[in-house]
Design a protein around this ligand. Structure first.
Ligand SMILES: C[S@@+](CC[C@H](N)C(=O)[O-])C[C@H]1O[C@@H](n2cnc3c(N)ncnc32)[C@H](O)[C@@H]1O
Length: 291
C-alpha cells in the first residue's frame, strides 16, 4: 500500500454522510436544505474550526472574480466557508473519495454547487493546468505529506503571478515524541510533522516569498478549552463541546469529532497534550508567488 492509500484509509469512516445527516436531523435541521452553520463546525476538520478558516481568509484579499484551490479539502467546510465569505469560486481536492463524495453532496444541499466543486487527487501531483488559480489554501494537511518540496512546487506551478498560498498546519515546535492516535494519523508511518523552518525552505525553494507567519498555539488551546467547557469558540455555540462529549444515546452530536470516528476522544486528548507541552502548534504561513 502507498502512503497516500494509508492516509486515505486513516480518514475512512464508511458512513460519515449518513451519520452527519442523522445528527443534523436530530438537532431539528432539514437535511434537504442545510445551511453551512447547521453543521456546527462538523465539516471543519482542524483546530479552531470555522474561526480559524475565517482568520486565514481575512489575510487573502479574496474577491468574487478569484478561483481558489483548497488542497486536502476534507468534508468541504473550509471551501464552502471561503466561497460564502467572498463570492469566489473554490475547487477542493482530496485523497479520500469518501470525503470528496460527501463534500459534493453537502455542497449541493447548501446550494453552493455553482461555485464550489471537488475532485479526488493528491497534493504533490495536482491535476490542473499551470497558472490556473489566484489563491491556494492548505489547512491541516501537510502533516500527512512527507514531500514538502513536492507539495510547494506542485502548488507554485498552479498559481498565477502574485498569487497567495495560505498554510495552516500543525508544526513541530519542541522536543518530544508524538503520541498516537492523532487526528491526522493512527501511527508514525503517515505522520510527517515538520518544524516551520522546513515549510519556509520548501516554499522559498519553490519560488514563494513568505509574507506572514503566526503561531496559533494559544488560540488552539483556548478553542479546545472552550469546547470542553461548552463555550464552543470555534464556531456557533456548542460546536466543539458537542464533539468532545460522548453521546448518551442516538446519533452522535454535531461537532468536528464526528469525522474522527470512534477514537475521536483519544485523538483530541493526545493532540491537546502535545499542544500544552509545546511539542507542536498550529502555524499560519502566507506565501506569495513572484509578480
Ligand atoms: C485533517 S483533514 C483537514 C481537512 C480540511 N482541510 C479541513 O481543514 O477541514 C486532512 C485532509 O487532508 C487530506 N489529505 C492528506 N494528505 C493528502 C494529500 N497528499 N493530497 C490530498 N489530500 C490529502 C485527507 O484526506 C484529509 O481529508
Amino acid at each position: 500500500m502507498t502512503t497516500d492509500q494509508d492516509v486515505a484509509l486513516h480518514y475512512r469512516h464508511g458512513t460519515l454522510l449518513q451519520t452527519l445527516l442523522a445528527a443534523a436531523t436530530a438537532m431539528g435541521k432539514d437535511p434537504a436544505r442545510l445551511q453551512p452553520a447547521d453543521l456546527m463546525g462538523a465539516d471543519e476538520f482542524h483546530l479552531g474550526g470555522v474561526r480559524a478558516t475565517r482568520d486565514l481568509a481575512a489575510q487573502l484579499g479574496l474577491t468574487p472574480e478569484m478561483h481558489l484551490l483548497d488542497i486536502g479539502s476534507g468534508l468541504g467546510g473550509p471551501a464552502r466557508q471561503l466561497a460564502a465569505m467572498s463570492g469566489c469560486r473554490v475547487t477542493g481536492i482530496d485523497l479520500s473519495e469518501e470525503f470528496v463524495d460527501l463534500a459534493v453532496d453537502l455542497t449541493d444541499r447548501m446550494g453552493l454547487a455553482d461555485r464550489v466543486a471537488f475532485r479526488q487527487g493528491g497534493a504533490t501531483a495536482l491535476p490542473f493546468p499551470a497558472a490556473s488559480f489566484d489563491r491556494a489554501t492548505l489547512l491541516h494537511v501537510g502533516m500527512n505529506i512527507a514531500d514538502k518540496r513536492g507539495l510547494t512546487q506542485s502548488v507554485h506551478r498552479l498559481l498565477r503571478p502574485g498569487a497567495l498560498f495560505a498554510i495552516y498546519d500543525v508544526m513541530r515546535c519542541g522536543l518530544g515524541a508524538l503520541d498516537f492516535p492523532l487526528p491526522w494519523a493512527s501511527g508514525p508511518d503517515t505522520s510527517f510533522v515538520e518544524p516551520a523552518e522546513a515549510y519556509r525552505e520548501a516554499l522559498t525553494e519553490a519560488g514563494f516569498t513568505i509574507i506572514a507567519e503566526r503561531n496559533r498555539a494559544r488560540f488552539a488551546l483556548e478553542s479546545l478549552a472552550a469546547a470542553r467547557d461548552g463555550r464552543g469558540s470555534s464556531g456557533p455555540p456548542s460546536a466543539g463541546s458537542a464533539s468532545l462529549r460522548p453521546a448518551p444515546s442516538g446519533p452522535p452530536p454535531l461537532g468536528p469529532g464526528i469525522a474522527m470516528g470512534a477514537s475521536a476522544g483519544r485523538k483530541i486528548a493526545n493532540l491537546t497534550s502535545l499542544l500544552e507541552r509545546g511539542v507542536v502548534a498550529p502555524v499560519e504561513m502566507i506565501a506569495k508567488s513572484a509578480d
